[in-house]
Design a binder for this molecule. Structure first.
Ligand code: CMP
Length: 141
């Protein structure tokens, strides 16, 4: 058993579309636990800090503008194999390639406006979770 934590974000497109509730329901129905959660409106600078690893990519400016245009919901998800399971529930980065039943198939519109984010490895989870949460904001069960 590999219990791990991952960072999940409901992005501005999905928050504005009223999909916080349906996405949280999908999280619980797939057996994942939410250990921490809050709503934030990132500044452009904060979005740039979060997506620092992508700073050389052509889409960096668009991505960080999008992520700071209106509020997001950030969560810590914990479960056995949480990183892989949350990524499977999200579906691929491009919603056009996402299978029915995934969050991005249901609520994503483009590769940028793809409804949700998840850490892609234990190393990125270990960097991303403390960007938004300290230990006092996480609940063990
Ligand atoms: P996310 O999982 O939040 O991590 C980086 C984000 O960059 C990704 O989801 C996409 O929303 C966004 N993005 C925008 N354009 C591209 C692209 N061409 N390739 C990959 N990711 C992109």
């Amino acid at each position: 058993m590999n219990t791990e934590k991952t960072l999940a974000i409901i992005k501005p497109d999905a928050v504005r579309a009223g999909k916080i509730g349906p996405i949280i329901t999908m999280i619980y129905e797939s057996g994942l636990a939410i250990r921490a959660m809050k709503m934030l409106h990132l500044t452009k600078w904060e979005a740039e800090g979060f997506y620092h690893v992508h700073r050389e990519r052509t889409f960096f400016n668009d991505l960080t503008s999008f992520m700071s245009e209106s509020p997001i919901v950030v969560m810590v998800i914990e479960a056995t194999d949480a990183i892989a399971r949350w990524r499977a529930l999200m579906g691929p980065t491009n919603p056009a390639q996402a299978e029915a039943g995934t969050i991005r198939a249901a609520f994503g519109t483009t590769i940028e406006r793809n409804a949700v984010h998840g850490s892609d490895s234990p190393e990125s989870a270990a960097q991303e979770i403390p960007y938004f949460f300290n230990n006092l904001e996480m609940y063990p069960e």
